[in-house]
Every structure is written in C-alpha cells, then in structure tokens.
Design a protein around this ligand. Structure first.
Ligand SMILES: [Zn+2]
Length: 87
C-alpha cells in the first residue's frame, strides 16, 4: 500500500486484530474463526441470556468452549451479514 493512497475497502473485507495471528488480518480468514467476537460478546453481556448456546447453569457458552463453530454464534452471524463477510 503506497503512502497516502487510500485503498477502497472491498465488501466483506473486515480487518481483525484477534489473537489468531500476531498482525491484523482478514476477519474469518485462515485460523481466524470469529471466536474472539463470540468471546467478547459473551463477556460484554455476562452470558447471552436468550442464546441457545448459553448454558445458564454453568455460565458457559458452547462457542467459547469450542463445542460449536463461532460462525454459529448469533453475534458473529449478525456481523457476517452486516459486513458481507464470508468464512
Ligand atoms: Zn481474527
């Protein structure tokens, strides 16, 4: 990317800074599975009350626990739709 050149962001191209890579990467690209967003959402809401992946009794999220794919998390799905991002 050249100095001062603003590259047009392509639809579906979301930059992610989660721990999957040590540098900013394309969201849902390669090792990035979107679970960071699921985890952040779970923490922000202190459990996702109405989500079917939320285990109220044990205060666990199936996505955060790795039992479900992060792309099935409603928060991740919603962002994928909003951004037009693909796995
Ligand atoms: Zn990521």
């Amino acid at each position: 990317m050249g100095y001062g050149v603003k590259r047009e962001r392509r639809p579906g191209e979301v930059i992610c800074t989660c721990g999957a890579y040590g540098f900013p990467h394309r969201w849902l690209g390669g090792r990035c599975d979107g679970s960071a967003l699921a985890e952040a959402t779970f923490e922000a809401f202190r459990g996702c009350k109405d989500c079917w992946f939320y285990d109220k009794q044990h205060h666990l999220c199936d996505v955060v626990e790795g039992r479900e794919a992060a792309t099935r998390c409603p928060a991740v799905e919603e962002r994928m739709l909003y951004e037009g991002a693909k796995r």
